[in-house]
Design a protein around this ligand. Structure first.
Ligand SMILES: Nc1ncnc2c1ncn2[C@@H]1O[C@H](COP(=O)(O)OP(=O)(O)OP(=O)(O)O)[C@@H](O)[C@H]1O
Ligand SMILES: [Mg+2]
Length: 382
């Protein structure tokens, strides 16, 4: 089962570049990796990239989606079963863990595992033992590299008693965070180009993206099949590209991929233009709704939670959002306010709270000063 072919992690934003570097480092070891991020951000792409960069690249990469399949099926998926162990088990079947021996297993949506399955899986992690469903004896798979992913907040699940803390600590040896697309908009043009090439076919000229010229290679019109005016879209106008860059992409890269595919398939001309885009993309979304003050507070609360509960670093989460104008100066000030409250006016503690290294102290304060977000600490001393 070698499907490691071409793994391409497209993107050159600061966060993705950092992620790629980290991924290369991580790939050199066999340490367990937990990948978190919203739905559709590319967690599986990252998992495959780790495998492809590792010494296990030519071994199996076995993906298992833990969501949406009943527990008993998942158990047999992971551990295998023996003939006759349940209706429909006509022959012995190896489990995915066994198939991943010497290679990598990718457990997607691990947050959806039932507590019982978590227990079984934890036992496997501790002993390497595999108990097939219906089998008397155990077999072993002791050289499986485990990469898990989730879009859930596992700490919240632990607090709710839905995820085992001991399993969490076992899986969370290395934690990679894949940020949502709206926090790395610089990646959008490259992704659009990548998907255009994929869906429109290989004969796309290299300057096909963004030059605003129709690419006349003569096979755009699907003549003779009744759709006289349908084209395969092969390029995108600068205005349409900029609309794509401004959209918020709640479904992340997967949504972008689907949009580009639809544009290519339903294309009315060779160059996609603004009015080919759906209304939700064409019209910039109004973040309106709640009163201004309340909205501001909610944003700061969310940022604070990201840093303090989810342990993200200020530099990889808040900083790029601010630089990309995702969040305002007011949001950052509110965040610093919350931090200082928690730290009783001690900026060094704020630094630690926001998951920065102590050597970043100066850089952090310089950043705050430069962007007028440095609040007087004295007011927070008691
Ligand atoms: N950086 C990227 N470069 C190229 N393709 C990407 C990238 N990120 C995501 N994709 C594509 O977007 C789609 C979604 O990616 P993927 O399945 O890895 O997301 P996910 O985080 O696992 O999502 P989910 O939480 O829904 O399982 C895939 O088709 C993948 O190929
Ligand atoms: Mg996935």
């Amino acid at each position: 089962m070698k499907q490691n072919g071409h793994v391409q992690l497209i993107g050159n934003s600061t966060v993705i570049t950092a992620l790629k570097a980290e991924l290369e480092r991580v790939a050199r070891s066999d340490a367990k990796v937990l990948i978190t991020g919203e739905s559709g951000v590319g967690k599986e792409v990252v998992a495959r990239a780790i495998n492809a960069a590792s010494a296990r690249a030519n071994e199996a990469f076995v993906a298992v989606n833990c969501a949406g399949i009943p527990e008993t099926l998942l158990e047999s998926e992971l551990f295998g079963h023996v003939k006759g162990s349940f209706t429909g088990a006509y022959r012995d079947k190896p489990g995915k863990l066994e198939m991943a021996d010497n290679g990598t297993i990718f457990l997607d949506e691990i947050g959806e595992m039932t507590l019982r399955m978590q227990g079984l899986f934890l036992r496997f992690l501790e002993t390497g033992e595999i108990q097939k469903v219906g089998a008397e004896r155990v077999s072993m798979a002791t050289n499986v590299r485990v990469v898990a992913a989730t879009n859930r907040n596992l700490r919240d699940l632990i607090a709710q008693g839905q995820f085992r803390e001991d399993l969490f600590y076992r899986l969370n040896v290395i934690h990679l965070v894949v940020p949502p697309l709206r926090q790395r908009r610089e990646d959008i043009p490259a992704l659009v180009d990548f998907f255009l090439r994929r869906f429109a076919g290989p004969d796309l000229p290299t300057n096909g993206n963004g030059n605003g010229h129709a690419v006349g290679n003569g096979n755009g019109a699907l003549g003779g099949n009744g759709h006289a005016h349908r084209y395969t879209a092969r390029a995108i106008s600068p205005a349409a590209l900029s609309a794509l860059c401004e959209y918020s992409w709640p479904g992340n890269v997967r949504e972008l991929e689907n949009v580009v595919e639809r544009l290519v398939v339903t294309g009315r001309r060779e160059v996609i233009d603004v009015d080919d885009l759906g209304p939700e993309i064409r019209t910039p979304s109004s973040i309106a709704g709640r009163p201004r003050k309340e909205r501001r507070k909610t944003v700061a609360d969310e940022l604070f939670k990201k840093l303090v509960d989810d342990r993200e670093s200020f530099w990889t989460s808040v900083y790029p959002m601010y630089m990309n104008r995702e969040i305002t100066r007011g949001n950052v000030r509110d965040l610093v306010h919350k931090g200082l409250e928690e730290a009783r006016g001690n900026y060094r503690i704020v630094l630690r709270l926001f998951n920065m290294e102590s050597r970043d102290y100066k850089r952090f304060l310089n950043f705050l000063r430069k962007h007028d977000c440095q609040l007087p600490f004295k007011e927070y001393r008691q």
